[in-house]
Design a protein around this ligand. Structure first.
Ligand SMILES: [Zn+2]
Length: 420
């Protein structure tokens, strides 16, 4: 089991005197105060590196902390260790004969699960175990209509990328509240391929990360394949064989890894009846990677498609099928593109890595992954202005909670009004 020190709980009888030491003399910041009514306790969290100090102040005479103070005076009350799987941790402890106060997890503050270990088993220290609230992405399959086009946001399971890389020059103190990082500094993301159905048939835009990744890489990206694209297609009564056209926004593994699959020791097209539409210049870049983008362009994701003769290359911005048009943005990769869906006077845009998660609707929030960030900035400024003015529905491939929404401006700040 892996455990991380979350915080140290200190019972205080006189909060002002405690603050005079921890805040004023030591110079630490009180970052949050929380009232726990059920325990008759007010908890003041003091930042101390990766962990925190929790000053516990009783709010009633019958509070557990009040009784503790009476018996022992102020001092160390408990330590809290964070674990990934509390249920498993308790089972392991039980198997080792450890005496538990809580035999099973119970709800704690902020949606976390907690359980206490008896001090008799922990050498006189009261130990609390804590599991953070689940921050999994929304994996529901959601549909809407844009004129005559049926638009479905699918999913290819959850995954995680480094939070710092996702927000470029934006400091962690600003992004961590919107995208809480895990113990490996990764933030939760979605992989949402887009299905467009019309008279032309069924077009898939991007196809997730797929199933070819070795265990080590799957672990790095927290790729959970227990709920993936085949299941999402199944939920709307389809299989990979029902897809007629597969379109790529760009050829990075988290967008096009699902284009090929391993079968009988060979790599084959994952969608057996589909033509694959790939921008020729993106193919050129992807098949000639350099040191900066080599980890993102995995040759096994696309080279087998050409060998199988199922790729149709094209140059420049154009309609792929009626109502579906690609527009190059550059920025993220030189040939990265967004996909416009236009029908019945309405417009939706699948923005891929131009606006990966909602936070990126702010102009300076640009990924560290982008090869040409100033290009991203220039395109995004124009694009968002137009999206607000013309009420374009924005389709988000990576946001963990919002699959589609309208960008609005309220008192000078941009917000996203969720639709799907
Ligand atoms: Zn991406």
């Amino acid at each position: 089991m892996k455990a991380y020190l979350d915080h140290v709980g200190i019972a205080v009888g006189d909060l002002d005197r405690a603050l005079a030491f921890y805040r004023d003399a030591l110079g630490l910041d009180v970052v949050a105060t929380e009232e726990v009514a059920s325990q008759a306790v007010r908890a003041h969290f003091v930042a101390a590196g990766a962990a925190a100090l929790e000053l516990l102040e009783p709010t009633a005479a019958d509070s557990v902390i009040a009784r503790y103070l009476e018996k022992r005076g102020p001092g160390l009350h408990h330590i809290t260790l964070r674990v990934d799987d509390l249920q498993a941790a308790l089972a392991q402890l039980k198997a080792h004969g450890v005496r538990l106060v809580d035999e099973r997890p119970r709800p704690g503050a902020e949606g976390a699960l907690v359980a206490f270990i008896h001090p008799a088993s922990a050498h006189g220290v009261l130990v609390e175990l804590k599991q953070r609230p689940e921050q999994g992405p929304d994996l529901a399959v959601k549909s809407t209509a844009i004129g005559d086009l049926r638009v479905t946001m699918l999913h290819d399971g959850p995954f995680r990328l480094d939070g710092g890389a996702m927000f470029g020059v934006v400091p962690r103190t600003l992004w961590e509240k919107r995208s809480p990082p895990d113990d490996r500094n990764r933030i939760q993301l979605a992989l949402r391929p887009l299905l467009v159905e019309g008279e032309f048939g069924r077009l898939l835009v991007d196809c997730g990360a797929g199933d070819k990744m070795p265990a080590k890489q799957r672990d790095i990206f927290a790729l959970d394949r227990s709920r993936a694209l085949d299941q999402a297609l199944g939920e709307i009564g389809l299989t990979a064989a029902d897809i007629d056209v597969v379109l790529a926004t760009h050829l990075h593994f988290d967008h096009f890894g699902g284009a090929t699959a391993a079968a009988r020791g060979a790599l084959v097209p994952r969608f057996p009846n589909a033509r694959y539409r790939i921008r020729a210049a993106e193919w050129e870049d992807a098949t000639h990677p350099h040191e900066r983008n080599r980890a993102s362009y995995l040759q096994e994701d696309f080279v087998p498609l050409k060998e199988a003769g199922v790729v149709d290359f094209y140059d420049g911005d154009q309609a792929i099928v009626p109502g579906v048009r690609v527009v190059r943005t550059g920025g993220h990769t030189a040939q990265h593109q967004v996909v416009y869906l236009e029908s019945g006077g309405r417009t939706a845009v699948f923005v891929a890595d131009l606006i990966p998660v909602l936070s990126h609707v702010q102009d300076p929030w640009i990924m560290g992954y982008d090869l040409f960030p100033m290009e991203t900035l220039a395109f995004k400024k124009r694009f968002i202005r137009e999206a607000i003015d013309r009420e374009h529905l924005i389709l988000f491939e990576h946001d963990p909670h919002v699959a589609a929404g309208y960008i609005r401006e309220r008192d000078g700040t941009r917000v996203v009004e969720q639709v799907l």
